[in-house]
Ligand binder design. Structure first.
Ligand SMILES: Nc1ncnc2c1ncn2[C@@H]1O[C@H](COP(=O)(O)OP(=O)(O)O)[C@@H](O)[C@H]1O
Ligand SMILES: [Mg+2]
Length: 320
């Protein structure tokens, strides 16, 4: 990509601004700091990948952004408006339409007693988006086709579908209210590898056609590169590295990112056998003076959690 285009991308309009977001859960007498000070932007029309191992706080981040939970601290700004500051039911409803969520488990997230038509039309009903029964059904049929299913599927029940098809139904349900922003929480993790690419391709196609913005959550780095423009790597409630996808894969700077990359299986069996897996040990290489590692911009758009001294060293290695 020419330098200029990269610059232009970084000047793109911010759709979402997340500032020092925290979500702490009280469990008995202790506190789980599931999300502990996240700051990042998502630009209009991009896919922002959020990656990290199970339990690092990805789903909690998504749920807090979409306001399934009230934040413990911090701000979520959507198109310049503070999401969590909204109070009136009317405002909340208007806002709910713009943000939708797709879930990991297409089995658990679809009500087994509802027909596909009723599942997809849920948002249409809540927001009164259809003037008549016929208009509602037309919209359902159109959505089914948009996601690669067909009209005949409308009156069936979720158990009659495969995992990939159910995820398509989940996508149709999210699209029904014409959202601008979709949080996809590990939408392909529960699917067969052969089906994963199909669902990712469908999401990419929909993004192009509808100008959607995605937060795409994943627990490993294998598929995310393919869909994400930028990626944030999350570890224990914080972002440890953030960069454009290409850059992150080519030049991972944080040892946790390096360990995630070393865990991606490669197609060459011989090389694969001889390959070293890296295991990240957070107790290793702790800063001697107890200094906290904070996110710093080492090169254009490439952020790494590091100490001041590490930052100065990294800056030297990345200058061209
Ligand atoms: N509602 C909750 N109450 C208490 N702890 C929670 C709750 N939801 C998540 N957690 C804890 O917060 C941490 C992050 O969870 P989660 O966001 O689901 O991680 P991920 O999606 O990355 O696997 C975990 O330790 C989890 O047990
Ligand atoms: Mg999760």
């Amino acid at each position: 990509m020419p330098r200029k285009m990269v610059k232009e991308m970084s000047n793109q309009e911010k759709l979402l601004e997340i500032k020092n977001l925290k979500q702490h859960f009280k469990v008995g007498k202790s506190t789980v700091k599931a999300v502990d000070g996240l700051t990042f932007d998502i630009k209009k029309g991009e896919t922002f990948g959020l990656v990290g191992e199970s339990g690092c706080g990805k789903s909690t981040t998504g749920r807090t952004i979409i306001r399934l939970y009230d934040a413990t601290d911090g701000e979520v700004i959507f198109k310049g408006e503070d999401v969590h500051g909204k109070k009136s039911a009317k405002d909340l409803k208007k806002f709910n339409r713009k943000m939708q969520m797709i879930f990991q488990d297409p089995y658990a997230s679809l009500n087994p007693r509802m027909t596909v038509a009723d599942i997809i039309a849920e948002g249409i009903d809540i927001h009164n988006l259809a003037e008549s029964k016929q208009a509602r059904m037309d919209k359902v049929h159109e959505l089914l086709e948009t996601v690669g299913l067909n009209k005949e599927h409308a009156n069936r029940y979720p158990h009659e579908f495969s995992g990939g098809q159910r995820q398509r139904i989940g996508i149709a349900r999210a699209l029904a209210v014409d959202p601008e922003f979709i949080i996809a929480d590990e939408p392909i993790s529960a699917l067969d590898v052969s089906i994963q690419a199909q669902v990712v391709n469908l999401m990419k196609k929909l993004q192009r056609e509808k100008g959607l913005t995605y937060l795409f959550i994943a627990h490993d780095l294998s598929m995310v590169k393919y869909i994400s423009d930028r990626i944030g790597v999350m570890y224990r409630g914080q972002i440890v590295e953030l960069a454009e996808s290409e850059e992150l894969y080519r030049n991972p700077l944080h040892s946790y990112t390096q360990s995630l990359l070393s865990a991606i299986p490669l197609p060459d069996p011989e090389y694969e056998r001889s390959r070293q897996r890296m295991v990240y040990d957070p107790e290793k290489n702790l800063p001697e003076n107890g200094e906290e590692r904070i996110l710093r911009e080492v090169s254009d758009g490439h952020w790494v959690a590091c100490t001041e001294e590490e930052y100065n060293k990294l800056k030297k290695t990345v200058t061209v």
